[in-house]
Write a protein that binds this ligand. Structure first.
Ligand code: BTN
Length: 246
């Protein structure tokens, strides 16, 4: 049975999901009002003040696809949830899975695998942070341009209600994946990524900074790029920023 576990204060909802993974049913969503050790991608921390934002982790156990593709489910569900609330169309996914409104980040996804005692992957935890009631003052303290639902609309929203909507969207997308396979959501995920044709700067995992133009996104999740000397290459992971956002 799919359910939501609401916690007050925890280090990280992803850590809680990891610790209780085997006893929790498929499709459980864990939320917390505050995280004391919120985790972002690439070892960064995720600013998680009390009752400001949505901090949630979704458990999926039935995976017959490469675990990194689970982030497509999280990215699309977060995007749909934000779109429903804001009733907008200028939101998009920045590869691999940040949700942006114009050139500001409003949500991030951190997927982690869970393994059983034989070290075999038994599922994925999809961690989702959505900036809901964060004030412009707090947003200014974040290292990259960021926004929140409050900053976009001038109105604060009930975080619990957004958590329920996110859970519904996650369940709908995951059910589709269970019935039709993960590739059934690839085109939607790819279309939501507005990077194709854009000139980008990528900080690669080896800390090298490159300037390239995006020509495609493969269904392996790789970004296909071309440099100024017409060399084509693919990027599996890295921190992307768009040179001239329009
Ligand atoms: C990123 O963009 O760097 C990913 C951010 C993911 C944050 C969420 S908040 C809920 C879950 N618990 C965590 O510790 N992190 C994720």
């Amino acid at each position: 049975m799919s359910r939501i576990i609401s916690l007050n204060k925890i280090d990280s909802t992803n850590n809680y999901a990891q610790q209780h993974f085997h006893s929790l049913p498929d499709c459980t969503l864990i939320t917390a009002e505050e995280q004391t050790g919120g985790k972002g991608r690439n070892g960064k921390s995720w600013f998680s003040p009390q009752n400001s934002n949505l901090y949630a982790s979704y458990i999926i156990k039935d995976i017959n696809f490469m675990p990194y593709k689970a982030s497509w489910i999280g990215g699309l569900a977060a995007l749909q949830t934000i779109n429903n609330i804001l009733n907008i169309s200028n939101s998009w996914l920045k590869w691999p899975n940040d949700v942006y409104i114009n050139n500001k980040k409003i949500a991030g996804i951190l997927c982690e695998t869970s393994s059983n005692s034989e070290n075999k992957i038994s599922g994925v935890i999809i961690g989702i942070g959505i900036n809901v009631n964060m004030t412009t003052e707090d947003l200014d303290g974040i290292d990259k341009p960021a926004t929140s639902i409050l900053a976009e609309t001038g109105k604060s929203k009930c975080i619990k209600v957004i958590g329920k909507q996110l859970h519904t969207n996650l369940n709908l997308i995951y059910n589709k994946v269970l019935k039709q396979g993960i590739n059934s959501i690839f085109n939607e995920w790819k279309d939501a990524n507005k990077l194709i044709g854009k000139q980008i700067e990528v900080l690669l995992d080896n800390k090298k900074l490159i300037n390239v133009k995006v020509i495609d996104i493969e269904n392996t999740g790789k970004l296909i790029v071309i440099d100024s000397e017409a060399n084509i290459s693919s990027i599996y992971s890295g921190d992307v920023s768009i040179k001239n956002f329009t």
